[in-house]
Write a protein that binds this ligand. Structure first.
Ligand code: ADP
Ligand code: ADP
Ligand code: ZN
Length: 216
């Protein structure tokens, strides 16, 4: 099964994707996590990502698509994947459809997490993330371990992202409306889009996402 978790920055896509990995037995493909890992490695490609990510701007499609194509080829994604933060532009959606098509697959579901902007700002400004494994925490709702060690991978790499300020979230949210939301019009005719209320506890949202997947 190939599922896109869709929604504004901070909607809870990564949190839900990580919980769904076990239930659905397919990997999460998060271009954001992959780009942060690339930046942490200090590579030339990572430095290119830096310029855009630090400003809250989208990374150009050609760079994203290269990264995505390599990831999709890995054996763990042979039966499907949970796409989180990808696609973010209509050309990225078209490229995803084409790559899946080559494999005899298609996007089976697009789950849209709907969250109002004031709550997004609260979620993003309180977010902490493990740079080693992508595990996400929130200072109020799911605090990181006091030892500083990630509960998921044990690394001492839990940080606040430089782009998780209120100002940058507003920039990213505007970019979402301008460049990412048009993707829904691309998928709506195929009947795969399911919108769910993204306000509630993490467990409540997981139940809603699973409900929407069962209806497919
Ligand atoms: P996205 O991947 O869509 O940008 P995240 O999954 O990283 O969003 O979530 C943003 C922040 O909000 C994180 O700090 C996460 O721990 C927190 N969060 C996610 N879902 C919920 C929820 N249902 N209730 C409270 N906090 C949440
Ligand atoms: P969030 O869900 O909070 O927006 P992500 O980790 O998905 O965070 O993305 C962080 C940043 O990485 C984006 O603001 C953008 O600069 C870059 N990025 C991630 N995925 C993509 C993508 N598919 N296309 C373009 N830029 C991306
Ligand atoms: Zn970790």
């Amino acid at each position: 099964m190939d599922v896109i978790l869709f929604g504004p920055p901070g909607a809870g896509k990564g949190t839900q994707a990580k919980l769904l990995v076990e239930t659905l037995a397919i990997p999460q493909i998060s271009t954001g996590d992959m780009m942060r890992a690339e930046r942490a490695s200090g590579s030339a490609l990572g430095k290119k990502f830096d310029e855009y990510m630090n400003q809250g701007l989208l990374v150009p499609d050609d760079l994203v698509l290269e990264l995505f194509a390599q990831r999709l080829r890995r054996p763990d994604a042979a039966e499907g994947a949970i796409f989180d933060g990808f696609p973010r532009t209509v050309p990225q959606a078209e490229a995803l459809d084409a790559k899946l098509g080559e494999l005899g697959r298609r996007v089976d579901r697009v789950i849209v997490l709907e969250v109002p902007l004031d709550l997004i700002i609260e979620r993003v400004t309180g977010r902490r993330v493990c740079l080693s494994c992508g595990q996400t925490y929130h200072v109020r709702y799911s605090p990181p371990p006091p030892s500083g060690e990630c509960s998921s991978c044990g690394a001492n790499d839990v940080v606040q992202r430089a782009d998780d300020t209120e100002e940058k979230v507003r920039t990213r949210d505007a970019g979402y409306h301008r460049e990412t939301l048009p993707i829904l019009a691309h998928y709506e005719p195929t009947g795969v889009v399911a919108k769910i209320d993204g306000v509630g506890t993490i467990e409540e949202i997981t139940a809603r996402v699973l409900g929407a997947l069962q209806r497919s």
